[in-house]
Design a protein around this ligand. Structure first.
Ligand code: ADP
Ligand code: MG
Length: 245
């Protein structure tokens, strides 16, 4: 049984006491040393910390890409850290969305086909797919680029396509690993604003790793990692008031 039985009162994702150690020959690298994190529906959490602090490792556990050595991972109340790989793959496919630094779009497909692909794989009827894809592209401001290939788009536009694709199956949880690292800072701000808007509108939980402290103030909560441990969590400082130009 791999469908999530949604428990609306539970956090979308909750990890407790997770530890992860990588083994490289004779060396061991303690990547996470007992981490707790819970993210609610409609909440956008920034995971921040220097390179090597464990952000991607924690995202991979939340995203069911990897399993912890110790501790537990729950998705909507359901323990998932003990599931076998096949079950995790199915849950990941049906219940989670992913956004990557490098966009990971299919270059030979149009924008429409990239966003449609998860629905196509899920066997959603064509008419419904057309409607949902058109709506998704509208929401990320790309309706006019529907027939373009990714290489005709700017980096920010490509990441908007990736966001539309990540959300097309209405996932409970969206995982984004350094989603703005390939973008200039103005475009990064716009992409973060879009993610926040979509997160709140769709009621999905977003967990976003970024080592760019400037971006974290667009999130609802900031969780800081250092050497595989959470060193602090805080609300972002209020956005500075923009003076009227
Ligand atoms: P971040 O995303 O914050 O840069 P990571 O989670 O990628 O941090 O890495 C945490 C630690 O685990 C680092 O010391 C890193 O070198 C190590 N690490 C990450 N992935 C692997 C891996 N596949 N094999 C061995 N060590 C790894
Ligand atoms: Mg990383």
């Amino acid at each position: 049984m791999t469908r999530l039985h949604r428990d609306a009162s539970a956090p979308v994702v909750a990890v407790r006491g997770v530890r992860k150690t990588y083994r490289l020959g004779a060396h061991t690298v303690p990547a996470l040393q007992g981490v707790d994190l819970a993210v609610l529906a409609g909440e956008m959490v920034a995971l921040t910390g220097p390179s090597g602090s464990g952000k991607s490792t924690l995202l991979n556990l939340c995203g069911l890409i990897d399993v912890p050595d110790a501790g537990e991972v729950r998705l909507q109340g359901q323990p998932v850290h003990l599931l076998d790989e096949t079950s995790r793959t199915l849950l990941r496919r049906d219940g989670l969305g992913f956004v990557f630094q490098s966009f990971n779009l299919v270059p030979v497909m149009t924008v429409t086909d990239n966003v449609d692909y998860p629905l196509f794989l899920a066997g959603v009827p064509a008419a419904e797919r057309r409607r949902r894809v058109a709506e998704a592209l509208e929401r990320v401001g790309l309706a006019e680029h529907a027939a373009h290939r990714p290489d005709a788009l700017s980096g920010g536009q490509r990441q908007r396509v990736a966001i539309a694709r990540a959300l097309i199956k209405r996932p409970a949880l969206v995982i984004a690993d350094e989603p703005t690292a390939s973008l200039d800072s103005h475009t990064a701000d716009q992409v973060l604003d879009l993610m926040r808007e979509r997160c709140h509108a769709e009621g999905a939980a977003f967990v976003i790793a970024t080592h760019d402290d400037r971006l974290t103030r667009r999130c609802d909560r900031i969780v800081r990692l250092l050497d595989g441990e959470i060193t602090g969590a805080e609300q972002p400082a209020q956005e500075p008031q923009r003076s009227a130009a």
